[in-house]
Design a protein around this ligand. Sequence first.
Ligand code: ZN
Ligand code: ZN
Length: 138
Amino acid sequence: MPELPLTGGCLCGGVRFEVTEPPVSAVYCHCTRCQRRTGTAAAVSARLAPGSLRILSGEELVASYVPEDGFAKDFCSACGGALWSRHPEDPDLVSVRFGAFDGDPGIRPSARQFVAYAAPWEAIPDDGLPRYPERRPA
Ligand SMILES: [Zn+2]
Ligand SMILES: [Zn+2]
């Protein structure tokens, strides 16, 4: 396990954050929304322990896309870098994008969800992880 806190930031470095406890789970998401959001075939995020995310700098740069029926997607308004998703009402539900971490977050994705919507142009890796057509069951 890497040393805590984990650290991370956006592409331009304007937003910096730390995570003070080990993330609790991680999943690859193949949904259409993640494809549109990232421009890639899948996204991977780490669900955090409640209250373990601290923004160190650039809080004023953090912008959010809040779909009507899902988690808010927070990103840096200066560079567009994806940061984390969060439940619009429950501040305990936050998932940091793996790519925003500086180093190894210490956790590995344990499943692939929304594979029914996987991009036709990239095969899902044969990594043995369980695949769920829709959201991974809780
Ligand atoms: Zn930025
Ligand atoms: Zn998704």
